[in-house]
Ligand binder design. Sequence first.
Ligand SMILES: C[S@@+](CC[C@H](N)C(=O)[O-])C[C@H]1O[C@@H](n2cnc3c(N)ncnc32)[C@H](O)[C@@H]1O
Length: 244
Amino acid sequence: MNEEPRYNDIYYQRTTHHSQIIDIVQETAIALSEFRAPIDWQVLFDNMHPVEIDIGSGKGRFLLETSRQHPKVNYLGVERARKYVDLTRERFKKYMRHFSVDKRSGTFTNVRLAWTDANYFLTRYVPAESVQAYHIYFPDPWPKKRQRKRRIFRNHDFLSALTRTLTSDNGKLYIVTDYAEYFEEIQERLAAYYDDNPCKAGANTNPLHRVSLDSSGYEHIETNFEMKYLLKGRPIYRAVYEKM
Ligand SMILES: C[S@@+](CC[C@H](N)C(=O)[O-])C[C@H]1O[C@@H](n2cnc3c(N)ncnc32)[C@H](O)[C@@H]1O
């Protein structure tokens, strides 16, 4: 439990100088540095709907399905790999061509992509108490021992930003992984987070509570990785936390 990644400014300069916010429908890509921090969701999405964030959105399968099903929720996919950002844009475009969705229809106006590092983005750009839900599906498990320090749930700043930015009225954190050992670690770290950082958590008790999947409103939408692993017959682990 003591190995933690060190995210310093040089790391961020190397990994985030290109950061952009992309509107897939309008085909715009604006440098993140053009935005005032923290971001005003109402201005970004041009409405006051709740905001949910998919961290490590990969090829965008979850983002496409969920944004289609919930047009009154705004979705932001945060992905640091350019290759996956491009694949996501292509996936949406293909869908729009296939189903003749055009710019006027309003479909997918509730989606933006952030091509950036999630730690960087959450700690600097996401306003407090402004996110209705985080979806973290198949976070990189970094299975080699010497690489485990890169696990996103090992970063205290990240845990602190997650907790700070979720809405207090039952903001949700949805986690899915196929990696049993990492799943255990995530639960331990979320349980220990408050004990280690009572000041950062800014509450008298740990604000994040694990709740049952059934009562949480969790909707099963398969991501690319989930489809792949289900085909291989791998067990999948799911947890939902609520901020109270
Ligand atoms: C194993 S894939 C899962 C993708 C998708 N969620 C799914 O279930 O199909 C993990 C994704 O997280 C992205 N990722 C890892 N660390 C990240 C970070 N710090 N910020 C943003 N994206 C990250 C990777 O580039 C990769 O696309």
